[in-house]
Design a protein around this ligand. Sequence first.
Ligand SMILES: [Zn+2]
Length: 373
Amino acid sequence: MQTHFHPLLSPALGTQRTLTSFHFGTPGAGEKAYVQASLHADELPGMLVAHHLRGLLEAAEARGEIAGEVVLVPLANPIGLNQTTMHYQLGRFEQASMENFNRNYPDFFSLLKDKIEPSLGHDAAANKRAIRLAMREALMAELPATELQCMRHTLMLLSHDADVVLDLHCDFEAALHMYVEQPLLDQLMPLASCLGAKAVLWAKGSGGSISFDEALSGPWWRLAEHFGSTFPVPMACASTTVELRGQADVSSALAEQDAQAIFRFLQHRGIVAGTAPPLPDAVCEATPLAGTEALHAPHPGVVAFLAAPGDHVVAGQVLAQVVDPLSNRTTPVHASIDGVLYARHSLRWATANLELCRVAGKTPIRAGNLLSP
Ligand SMILES: [Zn+2]
């Protein structure tokens, strides 16, 4: 294992943060996997999974079993990790800019679609190399001006040429679920099987500012659609956001289980050699992100949930009650679709219109920007 240090642009005099990446195997020897954790900073299950995955990869490397390359970034966001006020950690948004740490990644499709054409031909593998080179050139032409931009830029430089990218997050309280771009589903359902994902939510572009995983998988299917059969473009980056349950689901038992699952997927993919056990059956089928229903608090009050993450619910079922003890009002919150309750808030005090929980259904019911800000 090699350790690389990536100093970030200093935001203030006397302050310097650093990203650390662990590298296994040999670049170019086979497929490359990139795994990062805790991009939203206060989402720690992935950090512990990365720790256990590191141990598995070190042991595999000692056995000579890293057939490709694996890059592991256990702490993807040192900026957010230090945003602590009276022991409470503020993740997700950078305090300096109020930007979401997982938005505003490069739109490689727009950057490349015109200038790449002269470099493309009829060989899909050659096109893959040309597009990756152009992505790197686009990144090298960027000049980050802030610490946050520098962090995003460094993460992109580490990951843009990977064949498989796992961005390990979690929700407030949740069942294990994944976000995947639809054209990459076939490559990533084996991971969902290994992890026992209770929901796999697919979209073709989430409609908003570009998240880390979309920045890496999006250009491939967009360029493939843009050039059609004229120039074949392979689906060369299977990138996914993995939501490792809820923020408090941090335990060695779960982390070891998830690290083993990712290791098994890397074996299935051929990035790690050795004999992987057969893939388990998938626990769920993939459903459209546009088929998810977000349920909101109808008024302020105390929240009492009647359904838990992972529950299969039906249309009309009461998932929560919001109680206003002053007006003696109790309002039930109903699901309007059948599906899996895959995430719910960890707060039990609702201000007006607080998003309480989400249900994954099979039929699209939404359009526009499908992700939270
Ligand atoms: Zn997150």
